[in-house]
Design a protein around this ligand. Sequence first.
Ligand code: MN3
Length: 208
Amino acid sequence: MAHRLAPLPYDYAALEPFIDAQTMQLHHDKHHAAYVNNLNNALADYPDWQAHGVEDLVKNLEQVPEAIRAVVRNNAGGHLNHTMFWQSMAPSQTGEPTGAIAQAIANTFGSFDAFKQQFNEVGTKLFGSGWVWLVLTRDRTLRITTTPNQDSPLTQGETPLLGNDVWEHAYYLKYQNRRLEYLSAWWNVVNWDEVNRRFQVAHPNALA
Ligand code: MN3
């Protein structure tokens, strides 16, 4: 059972002017596709591992055969992270969180503006390629964290609720070296309905 690249849930140009169509096309059709292909190639000689979903793979990396563990870590992680990333964005958003996650963010970080500022700062300071995340920890608190490369917070037992890709391929065509400008613009396309859905699954008892 091979892993598949799902189509983008919107047009390449749907997130303009915040993320440009050419970046979206290359990012999805080339970068994400490569993670999927590399993962399938790595698993080709390991039929017992082909039925595992990507979440399962990144949660149980230590059990993956050592010969393919690094490739699976990078490419199952890349496939999972990008699938979440596309779903975490949408056109015509308000730029403001709603529902239970809005309340939880305000309770944890003081305000949405304070949260955004902290998230942008952490994303700006991340050295090299990686992701900045809002996660739900094991003890069900919200936390901003980063992972290097294509690592998933799931490997550390934390549940990713929202993540931004700060690899240069995610923004360089439009923003060049101005990562903070990209991080700041990105809030305009965050799909808070999807973040709330994930929050609900991860923490069904959170107060609305
Ligand atoms: Mn990427």
